[in-house]
Design a protein around this ligand. Structure first.
Ligand code: PLP
Length: 488
């Protein structure tokens, strides 16, 4: 349903949701008033700022309310119809509905909706690949049924094999994610990792270089997907490269799942027909509850089902229920309109920046995000992020390719359109966002550090800029209320 105050059905929905939230908050207040206050304050803060964090969104009241129930109280380790606990019939129902929506929405052979987050979804996928490609062949060769039938010596041999597999993923500064084999994350400790980057001249994915690296490195897993790459990926080419080197293709579509669900990414830009496994979060462009899921071909289904107890404990019934509601919403024509607007708005935002002389990584976007290179303003990403926040514009700093300032200070700021598009922003509003952001950054100066070096964190905003920009943001937001009609 389109949530506008002109739509009578939407108004009735908002009135019912208002009642539900007022009641819920008064119940919470009677136990811990500070939590009720923080919950109210978070809504007020989200209502009054420009949320441009590319990984965030606003889930519908239906999705949010679904999470606040007693489905949370049930243990249900195992899989649908095959649980290690009694009385799981309702969790079976919930999980089956969520999985059915996921399969049908994405056209996948198999869906596993238990992962609690994106990181968990990737862990489930990695261990499913290790089970399928390393453990099962080893058991077959030894002629034993399961790992509990192995001798100590055989088990040690298998454990050693698990620890010597290779994964190839996109480098962090090209826009990859920590879970794609990097040392601070467990994926980097599990796998020998190598990364592929982008062409230094165009900053676009270099498929030829990737193919050459894959041929030389021979990974067990080729990981495609990103957190900060502002372009589409050709998954048919990824499949070809994976096939050439005998790798399993894992696509992490956490960031762009909403664009796949909304049929903006189709054909060779849709990962599902090409990948062996696809992972995603459910809370970013997909606009669901915080969580993850794994899609897989039938070949990998049994191994994916081992997610619990491999890396997960009991599934969260209340969150799987909310995933089902969000996935049902994503199957509507309104969601397709929304997803197209997310991509169109990102273009408008990019054009707005470029017209005002700003520098964008890859020179633009064709997905839901732009990566602004703020070194052109003489700032680090950290300074730019803070100055924009002072002015009511919420973004996050992000490394740019070959970033001289590293992953902490960075030279970039990432901005995404999913959240403000949910509020109803269109191209004109995103152009105004670019205008406001450029104006703030032009009026921000780095403050020299105490050692006389150019500072990487401190900055100064010209007088009045923060207040004036906040007022301009409020004016811009006034016509696009968050949760229209919802009153606490
Ligand atoms: N994968 C990608 C591509 C992401 O961008 C993220 C989060 O930002 C994750 C995985 C991890 O998701 P979560 O924070 O739900 O664990």
């Amino acid at each position: 349903m389109t949530l506008t105050t002109e739509n009578p059905a939407a108004l009735a929905y908002a009135a019912t949701a208002s009642q539900a939230y007022r009641s819920a908050l008064s119940v919470i207040e009677s136990v811990e008033p500070r939590i009720a206050d923080a919950t109210r304050q978070e809504l007020a803060d989200q209502r009054s700022s420009l949320k441009l964090i590319a990984s965030e969104n606003y889930a519908s009241p239906a999705v949010l309310l679904t999470m606040g129930t007693w489905l949370s109280d049930k243990y249900a380790e195992g899989t649908i119809g095959h649980r290690f606990y009694a009385a799981c019939q309702n969790i079976d129902t919930v999980e089956a509905i969520a999985a059915e929506h996921a399969r049908e929405l994405f056209g996948a052979e198999y869906a596993y909706v238990q992962p609690h987050s994106g990181i968990d979804a990737n862990l489930v996928a990695f261990w499913a690949i290790l089970a399928h490609r390393v453990e099962l062949p080893e058991l077959a060769e030894l002629g034993v049924k399961g790992i509990n039938d192995l001798t100590e010596e055989q088990w040690e041999t298998l454990r050693h094999k698990f620890g010597h597999q290779r994964a190839l993923g996109m480098s962090l500064d090209a826009g990859g994610h920590l879970t794609h084999g990097f040392r601070p994350n467990i994926s980097g400790k599990m796998f020998h990792q190598r990364s592929y980057g982008t062409d230094p001249a165009t900053q676009l994915l270099d498929y030829d270089l990737l193919r050459a690296t894959a041929k030389e490195f021979k990974p067990l897993v080729l990981i495609a997907g990103y957190s900060a790459y502002p372009r589409r990926v050709n998954f048919a080419r990824m499949r070809e490269i994976a096939d050439e080197v005998g790798a399993t293709l894992l696509v992490d579509m956490a960031h762009f799942a909403g664009l796949v669900a909304g049929k903006v990414f189709t054909g060779e830009e849709d990962p599902v027909p090409y990948a062996d496994l696809v992972t995603t979060t459910t809370h970013k462009s997909l606009r669901g509850p915080r969580g993850g899921l794994v899609l897989a071909t039938q070949e990998y289904a049994d191994s994916v089902d081992r997610g619990c107890p491999m890396v997960l404990g009991g599934p969260m019934g209340h969150v799987m229920a909310a995933k089902a509601v969000a996935l049902a919403e994503a199957r509507t024509p309104e969601f397709q309109t929304y997803a197209q607007a997310v991509a169109d708005n990102a273009k408008a935002l990019a054009d707005g920046f470029l017209r005002r002389g700003a520098r964008l990584v890859t020179g633009g976007t064709d997905n839901h995000l732009v990566l602004l290179d703020v070194s052109a303003f003489g700032l680090t990403g950290r300074q730019a992020e803070s100055a924009l926040l002072d002015a009511g514009i919420v973004t996050n700093r992000n490394a740019v390719p070959s970033d001289p300032n590293g992953a902490w200070y960075t030279s970039g700021v990432r901005l995404g359109t999913p959240a403000l598009t949910t509020r109803g922003f269109g191209a004109d509003e995103f152009d105004r966002v670019a205008e406001l952001a450029v104006s703030v950054l032009k009026q921000t100066t780095p403050v020299t550090a105490s050692n006389g070096q150019p500072g990487k964190a401190k900055y100064a905003l010209a007088d009045g800029v923060a207040d004036d920009t906040r007022a301009a943001c409020a004016e811009l937001l006034a016509d696009f209320p968050l949760y229209p009609g919802l009153q606490l």
